[in-house]
Design a protein around this ligand. Structure first.
Ligand code: DC
Length: 228
């Protein structure tokens, strides 16, 4: 089968990464989680005192962009690639609620976006890639052969994220997580540069009432149709 590019966009906690990992494994494709890249830049900014709940040193961050090196390393035990920031594995650190609270501010900065988009486009040159994010089907790979746009109700999404965080031992309340999901939805859809929008040729999947298996079967069906 000729390799294709699969772009998966949508709101936070809509199960994009679960679906992307299932597809990558099934098709033998590379999976790239672009949210991890924005999270790693946010972690860098936090570590260097460039961002907090009350301030953002945008110029300072832009000046430091050349010293931010991001790469993924595949972990066969986990079955996906982990995020490295300047050669340090930050896969766990980037998933905390503290990073989630600040990441949308960082993802609004055009200079950050162009640096990451360029790196993402390089990773997709050979196709055979599943990439998830907010602007993959609109900006990163506007010519992707298959574009999916995932949605689910805010309650379903907050509940999923809450369960994940509790499982990882983090101390959060459901209300905090729901508020974070809603705030990020607002910022992601209202920012000036590359806001989250459904590409006109994307297929929308509302998975509020779908199991992971049902959703995967539905998407495999779409891929079959693509090839037939
Ligand atoms: O997918 P995620 O929740 O881990 O993404 C974290 C944040 O990064 C999200 O709130 C918006 C931003 N993001 C983005 O602006 N563009 C992308 N392609 C991926 C993520």
């Amino acid at each position: 089968m000729t390799p294709i590019t699969i772009a998966i966009d949508g709101f936070s906690s809509t199960g994009k990464s679960t679906l992307a990992k299932q597809l990558a494994k099934y098709l033998g494709y590379v999976y790239v989680d672009t949210g991890a890249m924005y999270r790693a830049v946010t972690l860098f900014a936090m570590q260097n005192g460039l961002v907090s709940e009350t301030h953002l040193d945008q110029l300072g961050l832009i000046k430091n962009l050349p010293s931010i090196k991001l790469h993924f390393v595949y972990n066969s035990a986990l079955g996906f690639a982990e995020m490295f920031l300047n050669n340090v594995n930050v896969e766990n650190e980037i998933r905390t609620i503290d990073v989630s609270r600040l990441v949308s501010k960082i993802a609004e900065i055009s200079e950050v976006r162009s640096k990451l988009v360029e790196q993402q486009q390089q990773m997709g040159l050979k196709k055979a890639i599943v990439m998830d994010g907010r602007d993959i089907g609109t900006v990163v790979f506007p010519d992707a052969e298959l574009k999916l746009f995932m949605t689910a109700s805010p309650h379903t999404r907050a509940m999923r994220r809450y369960d994940e965080l509790i499982e990882k031992g983090q101390k959060v309340t459901y209300e905090e997580v729901l508020q974070n999901v809603q705030e990020r939805d607002y910022i992601d859809t209202h920012r000036e540069d590359s806001p989250l929008v459904k590409a006109t040729d994307a297929i929308e999947i509302d998975n509020s009432t779908l199991t992971k298996e049902e959703q995967f079967a539905l998407v495999l069906d779409l891929i079959d149709k693509f090839y037939n």
